[in-house]
Ligand binder design. Structure first.
Ligand code: HDE
Length: 711
């Protein structure tokens, strides 16, 4: 029986946040007796006290009541949005200071390593929903700086659905499961979502992002993050500069394909959470560059969009992103509830030398996040270990539920006779940019806010052919799940404002829809930075990928061991799959350990797969296992690299993927065709491994899709 005792704390290891959290940690220790919450030892936690062994259960049993009562109250309200998430700790190291632009030490002092924390999330689903749904992903970063907590509560998309907080409520009510039957879970593929989005012009640009592959990331580790809003930096004279924050993953920005995402929702609903956890446990720490787009105050109005409008991005073609520091996630939480569920991000958490802009969406968020944390966690949420700043903090706020620190200050107001809680020196304090503000009270937004389609078209134009194809299928899928014809019509009318041909193609599966003549011609402009296939900022690497090596009877031990070793050396997680889990004997009698079997894994769990065979030529004909044939076809359809060695080559060519490749089968040499790498002769695996790693690095074999589009 596991028992909980207070840890004898020797919190000297790790960064300031790790040490601080350590001092709040309770450890399991089987040697100490189980107690009640008030410390009295318990000898029996399995039976309640009864009057006689068949008699009524009596109230006079504190332990029974305490245990049940605590259980009755152990849930807190889940987040209204972003309920499903995963978190990790790490650090931020600045390498390029923003000297002269801000006084914030986290952005100017390269000698500092700042403890950090990130929570990734989906938006629409409830806490137990699946990971790989079509949705934006939350990318909320906290830095525990020496000057206070700095939170960038961002998403993996650089723009948002609406321009003002007042419309957020409508958006969320429309996107969440429909109120009469609470269907569907974690999806925008329903009438209410597309009804709202088609009728509300502000969502036009964001629609293109959620129809794109960005909405089904391969991994949290392979997502960009964006602060979305324009923020401000303040120098020592309080001069302000506008800034946009970007996180760029070292592993590149990559996505699943839709069929794979749908299947994973059932096959492994924790796919993203597990991927992050496993990578950190394996020491493959995910990293991002923090980049900034800097806009001088005097350039505020030089763009044809408003930089205060969160439905617009600032194209990198106009303002380049400069990388200034590296974020590394290197520690998994050990207690999900206290370290992930209780983390309370607030967009208003900024540090001296930073300020908010007048973005109306941001103003609403600054109100909403503090408000929501009070209802989720109470007024003292900042005292919870994951939320505490690592720098000294002291306020005159008092009392409230869960105030567990005994405070020695006898005055909780200012000014006071003791001079307790003195104000800090002005230059070290939070400041706001002192700008002149005047105007007529109005509900209208500025004129540039009222242009809604230019950047939607820019995004669509910037996609490669396969990405456009995915957007088309996504739109057809989403609208096909809507039952009302007027929703189809309104949604396609809106697509018509983005690109006429796109609207026409979407409408092909809705014969009752009339696509009107092009309302607005496509402007033809593109950005070089938005595509995940051809984008200028994109990274392609095999590092961090997961490859399944399917061992078949009589497999050639030496070559598989060499392939596994080479993959691991390239930072690939090479996992063995076989008919059974455990030790699987190869041709020479030596064994490799299979972590997965054909029942508990599917091709969807891997970025690429290898079928490893032996020399017995007759075997290929016998290999009729449906599961294996399905794995090969599914991986092929999902455009994944596929490898085959020894006798599995013939099987792949004749049975699993007939007609898909030909070269090399006859010659017997290693050959690569449409992302299928074959090595009929079993060799040392060196040449095979090199080519396979290159194929994995490409992420997907888009030529298979291009063939399909052409057909
Ligand atoms: Fe949020 N959002 N949001 N949001 N949001 C919340 O705060 C809200 C918006 C984002 O991992 C809630 O703690 C309003 C934009 C993330 O804990 C809530 C508006 C962006 C997370 C809330 C927005 C986001 C949240 C729910 C319109 C991208 C998860 C629980 C003005 C830049 C943080 C909570 C975490 C969470 C309100 C718009 C991202 C209800 C009112 C834009 C990543 O307060």
């Amino acid at each position: 029986m596991a028992q909980i005792v207070e840890k004898v704390v020797n919190a000297t290891v790790g960064d300031a946040k790790t040490r601080q959290m350590e001092s709040f940690t309770l450890d399991e220790n089987s040697k100490t007796p189980l107690t009640t919450y008030f410390g009295a030892k318990i000898s029996d936690t399995d039976h309640a006290i009864k009057a006689g062994n068949r008699g009524p259960t009596i109230l006079n049993d504190h332990h029974n009541r305490e245990k049940i009562s605590h259980f009755d109250h152990e849930r807190i309200p889940e987040r209204a949005v972003h309920a499903r998430g995963a978190g990790a700790f790490g650090e931020f190291k600045l390498h390029t200071p923003l000297t002269g632009l801000t006084t914030a030490k986290v952005l100017t002092d390269t000698s500092k390593t700042t403890p950090a924390y990130v929570r990734f999330s989906t938006v629409g689903g409830s806490r137990g929903s699946a990971d790989t749904v079509r949705d934006p992903r939350g990318f909320a970063v906290r830095m525990y700086t020496d000057e206070g907590n700095w939170d960038i509560v961002g998403n993996n998309m650089p723009v948002f659905f609406v321009q003002e907080a007042i419309k957020f409520v409508d958006l969320v009510h429309a996107v969440k499961p429909e109120p009469h039957n609470e269907i569907p879970q974690a999806q925008t593929a329903h009438d209410n979502a597309w009804d709202f989005m088609s009728l509300h012009e502000q969502t036009t640009h964001m629609q293109t992002w959620i129809l794109s592959d960005r909405a089904i990331p391969r991994s949290f580790r392979m997502m960009q993050g964006f602060g979305v809003h324009t923020f401000k930096l303040l120098d020592e004279n309080n001069k302000s500069t506008f800034v946009k924050y970007h996180w760029t993953p070292h592993l590149g920005t990559h996505s699943l394909v839709w069929d794979e995402a749908l299947k994973l929702n059932g096959q492994d609903p924790d796919f993203h959470r597990r991927d992050l956890y496993d990578a950190i446990e394996a020491g493959a720490y995910p990293k991002w560059e923090l980049g900034v787009q800097i806009i001088k105050e005097e350039d505020e109005h030089k763009f044809d969009f408003d930089i205060l409008d969160s439905t617009k991005l600032i194209p990198e073609d106009l303002v380049p992103v400069q990388n200034i520091g590296t974020l590394t996630l290197n520690r998994n939480p050990t207690d999900y509830f206290t370290e992930v569920e209780q983390v309370a991000f607030c967009t208003s958490h900024i540090v001296p030398g930073q300020d908010h802009s007048n973005d109306p969406l941001l103003a609403g968020r600054n109100f909403s996040y503090l408000d929501t944390q009070i209802s989720r966690l109470g007024v003292n949420h900042n005292f919870l270990p994951v939320n505490r700043p690592v720098c000294p903090f002291a306020t005159n706020q008092r009392d409230g539920k869960g105030a567990f620190n005994s405070r020695r200050n006898r005055t909780a107001y200012h000014p006071n006779r003791h001079d307790a809680l003195p104000m800090s020196a002005p230059e070290e304090s939070l400041r706001h940019h002192e700008e002149k503000v005047e105007g007529i009270q109005t509900r209208l937004n500025g004129p540039k806010f009222q242009e809604y389609t230019d950047q939607a078209t820019l995004f669509y134009n910037s996609m490669s052919e396969p990405e456009k194809e995915h957007m088309l299928s996504a739109a057809q899928f989403e609208l096909s799940k809507c039952s009302e014809h007027e929703v189809h019509q309104a949604a396609i009318d809106r697509y018509n404002l983005i690109d006429h041909d796109f609207a026409v193609k979407v409408a092909e599966v809705f014969p009752h829809i009339t696509v009107k003549p092009a309302v607005k011609p496509n402007h033809g402009r593109k950005s070089a930075f938005l595509s995940q296939v051809t984008g200028k900022n994109q990274t392609f690497t095999a590092e961090g990928r997961k490859v399944g090596i399917y061992l078949l009877p009589g497999y050639e031990f030496a070559s598989v061991a060499a392939i596994q070793k080479a993959l691991q050396a390239a930072g690939v997680m090479a996992k063995i799959v076989s008919a059974q889990t455990g030790a699987i004997k190869g041709s020479n009698g030596q064994s490799l350990d299979a972590e997965f079997n054909f029942e508990n894994s599917r091709s969807t769990h891997f970025d690429a797969i290898i079928f490893a065979g032996g020399a017995d030529a007759s075997y290929a004909k016998k290999l009729k296992t449906g599961r294996l044939i399905h794995a090969a076809r599914e991986a092929f359809m999902h455009k994944k690299a596929i490898g085959a060695t020894g006798n599995t080559v013939e099987w792949l060519a004749d049975i699993a993927l007939p007609g898909e490749f030909s070269a090399g089968v006859k010659t017997g040499g290693i050959s690569l065709e449409k992302g299928v790498l074959i090595a009929p002769e079993v060799g040392t695996g060196a040449e095979f491994s090199k080519s396979f790693i290159d194929a994995v690095a490409k992420h997907r074999v888009w030529e298979r899709e291009v063939d399909h589009i052409a057909a």
